[in-house]
Structure formats: structure tokens, C-alpha cells
Design a protein around this ligand. Structure first.
Ligand code: SF4
Length: 398
């Protein structure tokens, strides 16, 4: 199996000595020698794409270029490891086991955009991720690797949407940690009104891999538009749940096989990108795992949390009710439309009124609110209604 981000996989935490034995921090040294502009050009040429929960796969260089365009001296960089949904475990896994890879990527990003203050924003309820992050920062500081950059490990706010980038900035500013309206984007006016680069921890580990292993090694795997590998959390009805690193373009069916999914006949539906992604039918599992292929099917890579639902687990209506209930609980409630829209959708589903559920998802949730949560709920419900045949909705437990 190809590993660029997590190779090889230790049981515990990869410490500084182990990482340096695998050329860890050699990339940072090169970046400091060649300069930030060179680093930015390398990231742009490599075509790396962001691994945050929005699932858009925006090229990393887009944010980085916005940062360097800003005519100010104070800039910040933040490694975002506060994945919001419990079904996604990849970011806390990375910080618990490979924190130096994230930290090196963060320091490279700081060099590239001219930031002197950096934050590792980590789920506050994940002691392993917090311990891993703190240990890595302490080891790197003692070894003199931080240079002129100050790195702070910050536990995330206890809200279900704390990983959204404007919510993260809100929390770093000492507020409640709620998503804020955009624009402005964080790169334009972020923490303390200064340009702030918020980058998912996996994206930063991939940056470190780029400078450690070189662009040819990255481009040798994945697809033309999605180079490299990606981490997926596979959960639900599988016998080997966990975090898996596979090349972009791997068939979803093959990933499920690695994680011990049952035969297609026993699968009711699969969510490819977390709770707010459109469900796929068992006959759609040969989709390559790229942003474009999933969007073409009307769903999304989301946070790369693949959730498998078995037929034995209940009917599609039960699945949809349960999932929408979880998404409704995740609403922070500050946007009236999101709060009331979710409640209205839950009521329609409780009554089994699918026509009403469709109308509420389309009108009350799609495109509403300060973050992607309501749109994700709408996409989940609308694809289920559109792509799953009527009998699946009525089928009860088998
Ligand atoms: S859309 Fe929902 S979850 Fe997002 S900020 Fe508004 S109320 Fe909170």
C-alpha cells in the first residue's frame, strides 16, 4: 500500500528522533534556505488540494497566494485538527501518531506566507491528539526547529461546529467558537483582523511530504487532478473500522474491501464524506475517490468519513431519520433558519411525509446559515429521496 502521509504506521507516537530518521524536517531546512516564495511555487506546481471538511478540494496555493497579497506585517497560520463529526477520526489520528509531520507542514506554511505566530487547533476532547501535539512542539522547540515562529497548541471549543474555519478564529479570539458570515475570508481578515491561513492538519502533513519526498513521488500516485494520497475514516457496518491512507482515484469498493465491508447485497447505503454527504447505493460503489467523480454523482468527499449502513441495520427511512437527528443536534443554533429548518425536517420525517421532507430540505436548509451544516443536511436528504427507489424507503429490518 502507498503511504505518503502516515508511513510507516507505528503503534504509538512517532517522536522527533524517529521522524528525523525518515528525513523529517529536511524539507523545512530546504524551505528556509530557498525562501518562502520558492516554497509557494513548489506547492502550486505540485497541485496539492486541501483536505478540510468542506470537501471542495480547493488547491492549497489559492489560500497561500491570498495571504502573501495582503499588505500587512502581522500574519497567522493555523493547523486545523478540530474535525467536527465523531465519524471522522483522521485528523485526531494524525495528531496522535504523526504530529511532527503536521508541525513541519505548519512551519513550512508559516515560512511561505511570512507568519511568525502559529497555532495547532486540536479537538479538546481528544487527549491523545493534544498530548501528541504538545510533545511534538516541545521536542521541536528544544531542537531549535521552530526558528522565529511561536507555536501554540490550542484545544478546540466544545461546539459541534468548532472545526469550521471562522468558528475556529472566533474561539482563538476568546469568543464562543461559532461560525461567522463570509466574506471576509480568514486570509483577508482573520485573527485580530489580520490575514490568517487556516489549513487542515492532513493538508499540512501532505505539504511536509511534498518537501520531504519531492513532487515526483507525490505525482506518481493518485490522479492528474488529485495527486497523492488521502486519509479516509471508514466506520459503520465494517469489520475493520479505522483510518486508511489510499491514493486518490482508488475505487470506493476497494477501500471498503480493505476495511472489511460486507458484500454489496448486504449494504443499504454508503456515505462517502460524513453525515452531510449524499448517500450512495450499493451499485454505485465503483466510483473513484476524487472530488470530481463524487460531485458528478451528486455527493461529496466532505470530511472523508465513509459510513457503511447494512440492510440488517434498518430501513432507509430509519437511517435518514437517525442521520438527520444527529445533524440537527450539531446545529449551534445561532442562525434561526438552520435551527428551525432542522426541526421542521425532523418532524416531516417522523411523520413519514417524504414530500414535505423534500420541500423543507430544499427551501429551509439548502444554502442557508453561516456554515455548510444545513446545506449538507439538505444534500443528504435530497440525494436519498432522488436516487433510492421507493421500496428501499419502506423496507424494514431483515
Ligand atoms: S448554519 Fe447552523 S450550525 Fe452553522 S453557524 Fe448557523 S446555526 Fe450554527
Amino acid at each position: 500500500m502507498t503511504h505518503l502521509i502516515t508511513e510507516p504506521c507505528p503503534e504509538g507516537r512517532e517522536d522527533l528522533g524517529a521522524y528525523r530518521a525518515r528525513s523529517g524536517y529536511a524539507g523545512l531546512e530546504r524551505v528556509r534556505a530557498e525562501g518562502g516564495r520558492w516554497a509557494l511555487e513548489q506547492v502550486e506546481a505540485a497541485g496539492l488540494r486541501g483536505r478540510g471538511g468542506s470537501g471542495s478540494g480547493c488547491p492549497l496555493w489559492v489560500k497561500w497566494r491570498r495571504m502573501v497579497r495582503a499588505v500587512v506585517t502581522d500574519r497567522y497560520v493555523v493547523a486545523n485538527g478540530a474535525e467536527s463529526q465523531a465519524v471522522s477520526q483522521k485528523d485526531r489520528y494524525l495528531l496522535a501518531h504523526f504530529p511532527h509531520r503536521v508541525l513541519e507542514g505548519l512551519l513550512i506554511a508559516a515560512e511561505a506566507v511570512g507568519a511568525r505566530q502559529a497555532f495547532l487547533y486540536v479537538r479538546g476532547d481528544s487527549p491523545a491528539a493534544l498530548d501528541g501535539s504538545r510533545a511534538a512542539v516541545a521536542e521541536a522547540a528544544e531542537a531549535g526547529l521552530l526558528g522565529t515562529v511561536t507555536v501554540t497548541v490550542q484545544p478546540s471549543a466544545p461546539t459541534a461546529v468548532s472545526g469550521e474555519e471562522t468558528a475556529l478564529l472566533d474561539a482563538l479570539a476568546g469568543l464562543e467558537g461559532y461560525p461567522q458570515p463570509k466574506p471576509p475570508r480568514p486570509e483577508e481578515a482573520g485573527l485580530r483582523g489580520c490575514p490568517t491561513l487556516v489549513q487542515n492538519v492532513e493538508s499540512l502533513a501532505l505539504v511536509a511530504a511534498l518537501f520531504r519526498q519531492g513532487p515526483d513521488r507525490i505525482r506518481a500516485v493518485g490522479t492528474r487532478t488529485c495527486p497523492g494520497t488521502a486519509l479516509f475514516t471508514v466506520t459503520g457496518g465494517v469489520s475493520r473500522p479505522g483510518v486508511y491512507e489510499v491514493p486518490y482515484g482508488t475505487l470506493l469498493r476497494d477501500l471498503l474491501r480493505i476495511a472489511g465491508a460486507p458484500p454489496s447485497d448486504d449494504i443499504l447505503a454508503v456515505l462517502p464524506g460524513g453525515l452531510g454527504s449524499g448517500p450512495l447505493r450499493p451499485d454505485e460503489l465503483d466510483v473513484p475517490l476524487t472530488y470530481e467523480d463524487l460531485v458528478a454523482l451528486g455527493t461529496t468527499m466532505g470530511n472523508s468519513a465513509v459510513v457503511v449502513f447494512r440492510r440488517a441495520g434498518g430501513s432507509l427511512l430509519e437511517l435518514v431519520r437517525e442521520n438527520v437527528g444527529l445533524l440537527a443536534q450539531a446545529s449551534c443554533g445561532q442562525c434561526q433558519g438552520c435551527k428551525e429548518g432542522h426541526l421542521a425536517l425532523v418532524r416531516a420525517l417522523q411523520c413519514g411525509d417524504l414530500q414535505e421532507a423534500r420541500a423543507r430540505a430544499e427551501v429551509l436548509l439548502y444554502g442557508r446559515g453561516n456554515c455548510d451544516l444545513p446545506t449538507g443536511t439538505a444534500q443528504f436528504v435530497l440525494r436519498a429521496l432522488q436516487e433510492f427507489p421507493g421500496p428501499e424507503w419502506q423496507a424494514s429490518r431483515v
